[in-house]
Design a protein around this ligand. Sequence first.
Ligand SMILES: *Cc1c(COP(=O)(O)O)cnc(C)c1O
Length: 465
Amino acid sequence: MNWDEFADWSKHIADWGAHYHKTLGDRPVRAQTKPGEVASRLPASPPDKPEDMAAILQDFDDIVMPGMTHWQHPRFFAYFPANATPPSMLAEQLVNTVAAQCMLWQTSPAATEVEGLMVDWMRQALGLADHFTGVIQDSASSSTLSAVLTMRERATGYTGNREGLSGKGHLRVYCSDQVHTSIDRAAWVAGIGQDNLVKIAGQGPLHGMDAAALDAAINADIAAGHIPAGIIAITGGTGVGACDNLGPILKVAKAHDLYTHLDAAWAGSAMICPELHAQFWADVDGFDSIVFNPHKWLGAQFDCSIQFLRDATPQLNTLKIEPEYLKTSGEAVTNYSEWTIPLGRRFRALKLWFLIRSYGLEELQTRIRNHIAWAEELCEAIRELDGFEITTEPIFSLFSFRCPGDDDAQQRLVDAINDDGRIYLTQGAFQGRKVIRFQVGQFDTTRKDVMMAHAVILEVWEQIQ
Ligand SMILES: *Cc1c(COP(=O)(O)O)cnc(C)c1O
């Protein structure tokens, strides 16, 4: 393909994208596809001869698109939001076109400097103290793994990377039982092990861990000869939106000199609203590491996860490696690949720059406040339905409920709603029971879309009785 053809097809795809988004609400949200259906329509082996872009795009429309679930659909209420706003998409087109590897300052100075600035813009937007610097990673999973590796190295006097962990005793990491599985996997991969990830029961209206129980678990571990390494708190757990009470946890961490990481992957975006910061994040500045994903609720498409660091030194001491071929001479500059596990890195900051300039913080705040208000309104409407039960109250824009009947009845309703296609919901578990999760966070969602869920839930439930 030559560059003139590239330009023509790019325009074609831009038109396709606008049409797709304008008609998205008419499609079923979740792909209505059977396992194997898409693959069975594609050739098993690669072509020997070139094929036309027209034919490739035709197959994309005919075979691939019917097998896609529409995360940008205004009635996507499942999992968590994964927004791709138009300015962010435009920035990604530019990033794709230039396709730079941004591992060192020298390999694209502008990428490093825009990234530094965007981390600081977001620090200010989230109301974090000015001692925080940070780095943009691909996912919260990577950011959390970086933090857990840092806990490990700090607790072993920075000897783990060199010597391995053999003979070093049991390193222990503490969190609540409401954390995302990325925390479990970080413990696996960092060599801590699942059995050394100590989970404290979430309790109270926000399902947070009790600081006294946390302190007791740490003391018991010390008495048993284990080595406490760090604490992971959450703001907005994936299951039901659990939020730890940060101040008392930080106090326990300080008393035991433990490294602290806060997972706010989803709900961190809400902290651009000062009233929510005041409610949930009054003590946040004491954390060593904080992760939040602009790629969920804020409008930058995947991937874009910011890890804020109170002091970058422990993480740099953990992850920095400088072989001869990566050495650069001259002034002190930031080389972001030293802050993370992968070496290669995309220019992720550009979409944040486009996004924030294009909307301004006020418009982004309005969306978050609307989503929260509409989730609360829908929750009240579902509470009124005969025999339905609100199992967890709204935290940010997430709540859960049950229809009349046992766990199987919940799954039957979720499946029937998703087969219907007008809205998309997923199930979760809370206190040993199956619940139906509902979250609002899609960028183009209106109040009408949210309230339509009420009618769909009731109608589908009546159909399957
Ligand atoms: C989504 C989510 C994660 C995982 O985020 P990735 O960027 O997909 O790794 C972790 N923690 C919480 C609380 C989340 O909501």
